[in-house]
Design a protein around this ligand. Structure first.
Ligand code: FES
Ligand code: FES
Length: 164
């Protein structure tokens, strides 16, 4: 199969990848760029484990072709922390015990991050709606909703030392 060059910005860095046109964004992120924080769950658009941001909006990387991202801006879970400091959503998940397993948590955080970018003070209903594509059948969403609510009260990068 013919290969093509995709040039895009990933976590603030210009990247160029030579890949087949039928490769998904998820495949390219994980296998070509080594960004394995984005998880492969169902690989069928159902679970939200692969959620990343394209031009700031959450997308399911398992059902988006990498070629569709040519010239665009992609953010993965690896792109949230800055200079050793967690992003406020990561920080709040940690403080509230909202971390779940390694498969669902990155996608939950990316969806929550996108929500707070477009709606800085969401209601619980809006939080649950924003997370409705991120599935977990293992536990509940109570701590996750509390974490997003808490993140809304933080500056973008909260100090790691906060303990309350
Ligand atoms: S892995 Fe993409 S939605 Fe499940
Ligand atoms: S899928 Fe991660 S804790 Fe349930």
């Amino acid at each position: 199969m013919a290969r093509q060059v995709i040039t895009f910005r990933v976590n603030g860095e210009e990247r160029a990848v030579v890949t087949a046109p039928n490769r998904t964004l998820l495949n390219v992120l994980r296998e070509e760029l080594g960004l394995t924080g984005t998880k492969q769950g169902c690989d069928d658009g159902d679970c939200g484990a692969c959620t990343v941001l394209v031009d700031g909006a959450p997308v399911l990387a398992c059902i988006m072709l990498a070629a569709q991202c040519d010239g665009r801006d992609v953010t993965t879970i690896e792109g949230l922390a800055r200079q050793g400091r967690l992003d406020r959503v990561q920080q709040a998940f940690w403080h509230e015990g909202g971390m779940q397993c390694g498969f669902c948590t990155p996608g939950m955080i990316m969806s929550s991050y996108a929500l707070l970018q477009r709606n800085p003070h969401p209601t619980d209903e809006e939080i649950r709606q924003a997370l409705s594509n991120n599935l977990c059948r293992c536990t509940g969403y109570t701590k996750i909703v509390a974490a997003v609510r808490r993140a809304a009260t933080y500056d973008e990068f909260s100090p790691r030392s906060e303990s309350s």
